[in-house]
Design a protein. Structure first.
Length: 106
């Protein structure tokens, strides 16, 4: 993933008027070649363009960070472990209701 550095921020900006001038294909090729671009309207950022691969990578990194933060929270001293009985009670199940359930783990 191409990270936007402050130095490259100004170079990454594209006026929205370029789309009205039929330059969309050129802009998309530039995004594919050089990475993320910021579309500005009246000198205000309007949207961010990035390749689908770059977006997917960014979302995976975000999801991993969220999962890591949750794992850290659960592993902290403040997190209270629940017994199976407490979990069943919390969700309104009984042992008998779950006895016929088959679970297959991959």
């Amino acid at each position: 993933m191409h990270a936007l550095k402050t130095v490259n921020l100004l170079k990454s900006m594209i006026p929205i008027s370029y789309f009205n001038k039929g330059m969309a294909n050129k802009i998309f090729a530039d995004v594919k070649l050089n990475g993320t671009r910021i579309v500005v309207k009246n000198n205000v950022p309007e949207c961010v363009l990035m390749s689908p691969d770059e977006y997917q990578t960014m979302m995976e990194e975000y999801e991993n960070a969220v999962l890591y933060a949750e794992a850290q929270r659960r592993a902290s001293d403040e997190a209270k472990a629940l017994t199976q009985a407490e979990v069943l009670l919390k969700h309104g199940f009984s042992e008998a209701e779950l006895s016929d359930v088959d679970v297959e783990l991959e």
